[in-house]
Ligand binder design. Structure first.
Ligand code: CP
Length: 323
């Protein structure tokens, strides 16, 4: 299939075919990172601006590395180092970045809809790197890439997403991606953080982790998003851990080939025990590695759409290398 999107704003708007196109392209780019010279010229002459107005380690660094591996010029702008601190609006700052001929703006912002806001006003390609509690599309793409790579498929798998769903952009993007690819998704957490409205997205909800452990093929853990919560959603951290924490004892009841995932940053000893986070079924660091190939694929495909080229259906590693 042809990828024709200039922007990547949400997973919600993607078809299953478009998601698979990103995963297949990412698989080709993963091979590039294992070479001695880890660069291809696909974005030579292009400028990518990493515009991060919320903290980030994984997403910011992997977008920078992805753009560099594709031979783009990269500029990083953070909230504290930009004129936003002097009162400049998001739109004015972004317009000024675009006036310097930026081809891509990778935006992380606390406001839901901020990526769409820029996409509607700028000529550059906008990639949503997390907009408040709304969506984090490239996180979901790297997560389903990791599941498909490790378990060979996504369709029919029982995926448990555990934790603070209400405030999680990772949860929303994952729910869209997983359900579009045919996984059975169950959300688990305190009722205050997993409202029944989520059932409208085609998922099951459970408030009893201990009844769900044996069924799960994948457990994706989310941290409590204290920065987005304005009131207490559960009595104490200790209580949360005792009911919803993935302790070693609970882990021992899961399937032998279960995948333990976490988008990071992890709160060790709260939602996940050290032994589980560092255990043999944890793919937390592989998710980070796959984030690089996935973000290379997103930049590559959106660049092709931006310049009006037809993206190849599934570029073989050799073809990507020769681009
Ligand atoms: N998973 C994720 O978005 O991590 P960062 O906040 O470090 O980018």
């Amino acid at each position: 299939m042809q990828w024709q999107r200039k922007h990547l704003l949400t997973i919600r708007e993607l078809s299953a075919e478009e998601i698979v196109a990103v995963l297949d392209t990412a698989a080709s780019f993963k091979e590039v990172s294992s070479r001695q010279i880890k660069k291809v010229p696909a974005l030579r002459g292009k400028t990518v601006v990493n515009f991060f107005l919320e903290p980030s380690t994984r997403t910011r660094v992997s977008f920078e590395l992805a753009a560099k591996r594709l031979s783009a010029d990269v500029i990083n702008i953070s909230a504290s180092a930009s004129s936003i601190t002097k009162g400049e609006t998001l739109k004015d700052t972004a317009k000024n970045i675009e006036a310097l001929n930026a081809d891509f703006i990778i935006l992380r912002h606390s406001a839901p809809g901020s990526a769409k806001f820029l996409a509607d006003r700028l000529h550059a390609s906008i990639i949503n790197a997390g907009d408040g509690s709304h969506e984090h599309p490239t996180q979901a793409l790297l997560d389903v890439f990791t599941i498909r790579e490790k378990l060979g498929r996504v369709k029919g798998l029982n995926v448990l997403i555990l934790g603070d769903i209400l405030f999680s952009r990772v949860a929303r993007s994952n729910i869209w991606a997983l359900t579009k690819l045919g996984a059975n998704v169950t959300l688990v957490g305190p009722s205050t953080l997993v409202p029944k409205e989520f059932e409208e997205m085609g998922v099951r909800i459970s408030y009893k982790l201990d009844e769900e452990l044996e069924k799960a093929d994948v457990i994706n853990l989310l941290r409590i998003q204290h920065e987005r919560q304005r009131k207490a959603f559960f009595p104490s951290i200790g209580e949360y851990t005792s009911i919803f924490g993935l302790t070693q004892k609970r882990f021992e009841r899961t399937k032998p080939d279960v995948l333990i995932m976490h988008p990071g940053p992890m709160n060790r000893g709260v939602e996940i025990a050290n032994e589980v986070a560092d255990g043999t079924r944890s793919v937390v660091l592989e998710q980070v590695t796959n984030g690089l190939a996935t973000r290379m694929a997103v930049l590559y495909l959106t660049n092709n759409a931006q310049v009006g080229l037809k993206a190849p259906e599934v570029p073989a590693a050799k073809e990507v290398a020769q681009t």
